[in-house]
Design a protein around this ligand. Sequence first.
Ligand code: GLP
Length: 238
Amino acid sequence: MTTPRILPAAAWADTVAADLAERLRANPALRVCLPTGATPVPVYEALVGLARRDEVSFARATVVLLDEWLGLPPGDPARCDTRLRAQLLDRLPVPPAAVHLIDVDAADLDVAVARHAAVAADLDLVVLGLGMNGHVGFNEPGSFADSPTRIIRLAASSREAAMARYGAASVPTGGITLGMDRILAAREVWLLVTGARKAAILRRALRDPEGPDCPASYLRRHPNLGVIVDLEAAALLS
Ligand code: GLP
């Protein structure tokens, strides 16, 4: 049974950031895949603080983006690359060549997908949020443990959650996501979950039989999975 690390909300982000700093100290050339969404925002804020105090460095790391919307123009504030840059990358000394975003502006999206699958073939760590419908990245319900990096049509529930998150009247219907195969092939995976609204889906992901209705449930197959949650998200785990 997967045993989550349960932390008080006030300590959660600093703890996750300190753990990531520790991984970077142990392996300065860490190849890490990072998510966007609301969950990691305080972690990124804490990381920027650590970097300003020279307690963490991304100078030799490689950063790979987890997923991206299709159909938003470059620089759109809802784009995952815009958000990861604003919240973390532009606030740290990270060599641009070591940042691998998803080229959703490419003329040939199949090439963009293949490139992203290639850069993500050798990841030390994948950090994930948890969707309200059990998705990880944009691996929506219906995804399997071997689902590849691909273009995906987004679930209505994911689009509604994103509209609420961004206060937007509409969000795209498609995206590109790192595949479940690449996530499960990484040397380490962290699932980050906070807040009472995620308690039921976290319980589903960790305690009920694994299955494609909740792609996050496949993470339990990973031999080196860390589930780092706050007390509110853990409320239904026993
Ligand atoms: C989004 C993203 C995921 C993110 C998840 C959870 O739709 N595609 O990468 O991890 O949903 O988002 P949040 O942290 O805002 O709940």
